[in-house]
Ligand binder design. Structure first.
Ligand SMILES: Cc1cc2nc3c(=O)[nH]c(=O)nc-3n(C[C@H](O)[C@H](O)[C@H](O)COP(=O)(O)OP(=O)(O)OC[C@H]3O[C@@H](n4cnc5c(N)ncnc54)[C@H](O)[C@@H]3O)c2cc1C
Length: 1023
């Protein structure tokens, strides 16, 4: 959609309605909000090469959120799949990527665009945003979601630059530096430090922690969320929402002390003191760890493993002030030199000046930095007088010490949308807060803050600026901020309605009004009808014309949206909407695009009829969204796990339309089990062949794409290689030379599987590979040090080798005798598969017996589950399906088809499934018949109509499948009337028959189809 809305003045300038800066929780949340509200012409400028902000950048070991994940997520996109109560950063990062894909925001992001400056042009009523690569963006509005915690702060310590070892900030973690066996120094004891210290303590030979001020620490009630609980969160209606509410209100009580009465801080202090006393028996150490300021004055941290880590024999806590940093370590005021090989600055971020960094120039050439010379402040932390159409997310005084800032971000997104709607409604060009309203707001805020613990609690934190004024924190309950902020108060804003020309250029989600929506709906109908014909096994290709007027036979949704050129240019907009929908569906899941389009076509038709009958579009939208949530819940509740081999085959056959191939692939899964390895490869002989062998799959793939041997599949495949296993990082080339020599002498390829491979060691392997001397592969084994060691030790048994390195450092090159051997190794970016390892059978049996015994003895479900996974990994077989046909082109097509089938089958085995053929959606249609009555707005209101638009469309895929099979409408109606739950229409008999195990749908595919179809409907309604 973005591409269609970009107009280039010249090669250096892009024009958009809105520019967002940053793609963390703020930028992605804002993008989702804009899309939901129908503002589609926006671009997100991101300086880095990926989205995710905080969760992309902070890679230090142990990094996780310190607010329970059910709350540290968007309220409209609850995630039942968090693995822990406090999810690790990788999961949060993946969650954000998923949100960006699901809501169609990913395509709006421009990576590698560092915003350097922006200026307001009052004559043209636009911002000019400049990025470091020389591109200019012209936009009506700019929303900065550049984050408050992304500029690392380094302490001003003499000699900082002279340190001779590796040195970095916790937010710029250097993955190439291995802490194992090193002397490590960590400066700082804040939120990042207390997460990384316990991990570093377990790896380093010696760890020195430099503390200036001890934090107050509460226990961290973290736990793995067992699969059964996750399934319940996914399937029990309202469970995920209820858990979020419990967490929200539980955390909100932590604000009582500063929002209501400081005396209410007493229980918080008692909890922290008890935690310290329980975990630190030594009174002297306890004294050094006891803060001398009121709890809450600095952020209260949460950890249950920080105090124990400080008491390990290899850890020293240093509380003397740091005097200087020298080449070999850190010198403290008492004259001691603390020698170190690695120096880590866990010293936080430059917070107050993060927004000013953007170099913003507002009306009359006033710089934001100058406007803030007396102190950083904004109206409700979002808007600034003199800076029209400029919005800040997580701006001044909107940080929180007690709960999730994602809640604040969502509130601010609502406020910004509310301002944009004022512009749209009033056909105005600019909006900015009135000076008196801003003054009143900030004076009241500062009066409140001056009495609060952050200023009066006896500490100096990053919340305070140079003048000691708190410019960072919101001093109340988060719901109070929400109640006062989510809607912009018209009276507190200056809104300028300008000349007619300026009005035309103003900020409207729908500049051409209802006409635009009607055009879009018509275009959607045209493309949806074409795609509908391709749905299901009886679907046909659609005949379309490309740009040059040539006829094309398009077999699927992807080809249709790629090639369709509208005969009537007014259909272009709708066609681009459908193209976005198909892309969004594919970003989220590998299937279901045609179903999503059929649903969307039905919904849009009903929506247009409702608007023609004078229903209010925004009320319809509310009903649509409420029904969407209900449908997603209901689908989740009804889904079950995949059962038989027939069902696995049915899932694949429904996606690839080749029953024979699906049957062989299902047979392969049946032989090796759900966690076994199934691969496909081309064969010289025609036919399908299934070969079984032993195999093991490891999380973690090749460390450099230089090792890829099949560029099309993105895989590195080595046959008959020797394997070197190393528990740790391999960096030195000389450690590898004897092993390379041994492999060369044996005339075999070499695979190095290690915690990491970098530096000269990586270079020597890549040079061998790229120069064609020797087939090599370096792959890293993912996971924390403990689980990595277990994987490697199991792998050693599977390949008949041994593991070098480990907790006690040993030379990597134990000699060629320690090398393992396998028939084949296949590595992708994320996984490495080892097929036909040269295991000693009796050792393999012993290891399996040992794991089974551990399962018997396991004390918790979580431990048992992990052991089962380990058992499946080591005992699992590998199946290779060899596919051949008379021509190589046909073989390649079948191999690609089989790979798609495998992808779908794995999805179905990982996620719950439902009866196919449209039955699951039709079941939900029946189960939700009374739902529209309960939608706010009443029995016959427009909201109820909005809900019906979604619910009445749910039978459309089943009907379309029957139409494609040639059934007349009257027979379809009859079959539908007699239908029972789980049944769909069988065209052979024209009757509704149970679908399982014949046809299966996968829950996330259906959920994504419903989400994307409703998103498109909302887009049309808000056009
Ligand atoms: C280690 C760590 C743990 C945290 N844990 C929690 C927690 O548990 N709970 C909680 O509520 N909060 C936590 N926070 C705070 C966290 O920052 C916020 O929760 C949230 O992630 C902020 O999102 P954001 O989008 O505003 O900023 P960020 O996530 O910082 O994203 C900003 C984005 O803007 C980009 N950007 C910045 N400047 C420019 C520019 N000039 N041009 C282009 N792009 C730019 C950045 O590259 C980045 O991608 C934590 C912070 C850190 C550092």
């Amino acid at each position: 959609m973005v591409a269609g809305s970009v107009r280039a003045d010249d090669s250096q300038t892009e024009r958009h309605k809105i520019v967002i800066i940053g793609s963390g929780f703020g930028g992605i949340g804002m993008g989702i909000g804009l899309r939901k509200a129908g503002f589609d012409d926006f671009v997100i400028l991101e300086k880095a090469a990926d989205l995710g902000g905080t969760w992309r950048d902070n890679r230090y070991p142990g990094c996780a959120c310190d607010v329970p994940s059910p709350l540290y997520s968007f309220s409209y996109e609850l995630n039942p799949d968090w693995s822990r109560l406090f999810a690790p950063r990788q999961e949060i990062w993946e969650y954000l990527r998923r949100c960006a894909g699901t809501y169609g925001v990913a395509g709006h992001i421009r990576y590698g665009r560092r915003v350097e400056s922006m200026e307001w042009d009052d004559a043209d009523r636009r911002w000019t945003v400049r990025t470091a690569d020389g591109t200019r963006y012209r936009a009506h509005a700019v929303i900065s979601a550049a984050g408050a915690l992304h500029i690392p702060r380094y302490p001003d310590i003499p000699g900082s630059g002279t340190f001779g070892g590796d040195s970095f900030h916790s937010a710029c973690w250097d993955p190439a530096v291995n802490l194992a066996g090193k002397r490590v120094a960590v400066i700082g004891t804040g939120a990042s430090a207390i997460q990384l210290v316990p991990v570093a303590a377990g790896e380093a030979a010696h760890l020195t922690v430099f503390q200036r001020t001890p934090p107050w620490i509460h226990p961290r009630p973290d736990a793995a969320i067992p699969p059964r609980a996750r399934a319940a969160l996914r399937t029990v209606p309202g469970a995920a929402r209820a858990l979020r509410d419990v967490v929200y209100w539980g955390l909100e009580t932590r604000a009582l002390g500063f929002a209501v009465d400081p005396r209410l801080m007493t229980p918080m202090t008692a909890l922290a003191r008890t935690h310290l006393e329980r975990q630190v028996p030594d009174p002297v150490l306890r004294g050094r760890l006891t803060p001398d300021y009121t709890i809450g004055c600095k952020r209260i941290l949460v950890s249950s493993d920080y105090y124990p880590a400080l008491q390990r024999p290899n850890v020293d806590l240093v509380t003397d002030g740091i005097k200087a940093i020298g080449p070999s370590g850190v010198a403290t005021a008492d004259g001691t030199l603390h020698e170190a090989d690695v120096l880590i600055f866990a010293t936080g971020f430059r917070v107050i000046d993060a927004a000013a960094e953007l170099n913003v120039t507002g009306r009359g050439g006033v710089k934001l930095k100058d406007a803030w010379a007396a102190g950083v402040e904004a109206y409700r932390g979002i808007t600034v007088p003199g800076f029209p159409n400029f919005f800040l997310l997580l701006g001044p005084n909107t940080g929180l010490g007690h709960t999730s800032v994602v809640f604040m971000i969502e509130t601010q997104v609502q406020h910004v949308l509310s301002c944009l709607r004022i512009l749209s409604r009033e056909k105005a060009s600019t909006i900015e807060p009135r000076e008196p309203a801003t003054r009143r707001y900030n004076d009241a805020l500062q009066r409140r803050l001056s009495r609060a613990v952050w200023s009066a609690g006896g500490c100096r934190s990053w919340y305070l600026d140079d003048a000691g004024i708190n410019r960072a924190i919101w001093p109340g309950f988060s719901f109070e901020y929400w109640a006062r902020t989510r809607r912009a108060r018209r009276g507190e804003y200056e809104v300028r309605v300008l000349s007619r020309g300026a009005q035309d250029r103003a900020m409207h989600p729908a500049p051409e009004g209802a006409e635009r929506g009607r055009d879009a709906a018509h275009g959607i109908g045209v493309v949806a009808d074409l795609i509908a014909r391709t749905l299901g096994p009886a679907g046909r290709t659609a005949l379309i014309k490309d740009r040059a007027g040539n006829d094309i036979e398009a077999p699927d949704a992807e080809t249709i949206v790629a090639c369709f050129t509208p005969a009537d240019p007014r259909d272009g907009l709708g066609a681009s909407y459908v193209r976005d929908l198909v892309r969004d569906q594919h970003t989220a899941v590998p299937d279901g695009a045609a179903t999503a389009v059929v649903l969307a076509g039905a919904m849009v038709r009903l929506a247009v009829t409702a608007v023609d009958r004078k229903a209010h579009p925004m009320r319809l939208v509310r009903g649509v969204m409420a029904a969407r949530d209900r449908v997603l819940d209901e689908l989740g509740r009804r889904a079950t796990d995949l059962g038989s081999k027939e069902e696995i085959a049915a899932v694949m056959a429904a996606a690839i339309f080749d029953r024979a191939l699906a049957d062989v692939l299902a047979e392969a899964f049946d032989k090796v089990g759900k966690d076994g390895i199934v691969t496909v490869e081309p064969a010289g002989e025609p036919g399908l062949n299934l070969a079984l062998s032993q195999g093991m799959s490891v999380d973690g793939g090749y460390v450099s794409s230089d090792f890829v041997t099949d560029a099309q599949r993105g895989e590195a495949i080595l046959r008959d290689p020797c394997l070197l296993l190393v528990d740790g990082e391999v960096t030195a080339a000389e450690d590898l030379l004897p092993v390379i020599d041994a492999a060369t002498a044996a005339g075999r390829p070499l695979v190095v599987l290690a915690g990491g491979v970098s530096g000269a060691a990586l270079e020597v392997l890549t040079v061998n590979r790229t120069s064609g001397n020797r087939a090599t592969l370096a792959a890293s084994v993912a996971g924390d040090p403990f689980s990595r060691a277990l994987v490697l030790s199991d792998l050693a048994v599977v390949v008949g080798g041994s593991v070098a390195g480990g907790p006690v450092p040993q030379p990597v090159s134990d000699g060629p005798g320690s090398l393992g051997s396998a028939g084949k190794v296949i590595a992708t970016r994320d996984h490495t598969i080892i097929v036909d390892g040269a295991a000693d059978e009796s050792m393999l049996r012993d290891r399996i017996r040992q794991i089974r015994a551990e399962i018997e003895a396991a004390e918790s479900d979580a431990d048992r589950q992990e052991l089962f996974t380990r058992l499946a990994r080591i005992a699992g077989g590998a199946a290779t399906v060899r596919i051949g046909s008379p021509t190589s082109a046909e073989t390649a097509r079948l191999v690609a088809l089989a790979e798609r089938g495998l992808e779908i089958a794995r999805l179905a085995m990982d996620y719950p499934i439902m009866p196919g053929g449209g039955a699951a959606l039709a079941d939900v249609h029946e189960a939700t018949a009374k739902f529209p009555r309960s939608v706010p707005g009443g029995r016959s209101g427009d909201e109820a109509t909005g809900a019906r638009i979604v619910l009445d469309s749910l039978t459309a895929p089943m009907r379309q499948l029957a139409v494609n099979a040639g059934m007349p409408a009257s027979a379809i109606d009859k079959a539908l009337k007699s239908r029972k739950a789980g049944a769909a229409i069988d065209p052979a008999t024209s009757k509704a028959v149970p679908m399982r195990p014949r046809a299966i749908d996968i829950l996330p595919v259906l959920q994504a189809a419903v989400t994307n179809a409703t998103a498109l409907t909302v887009r049309v309604l808000t056009s």
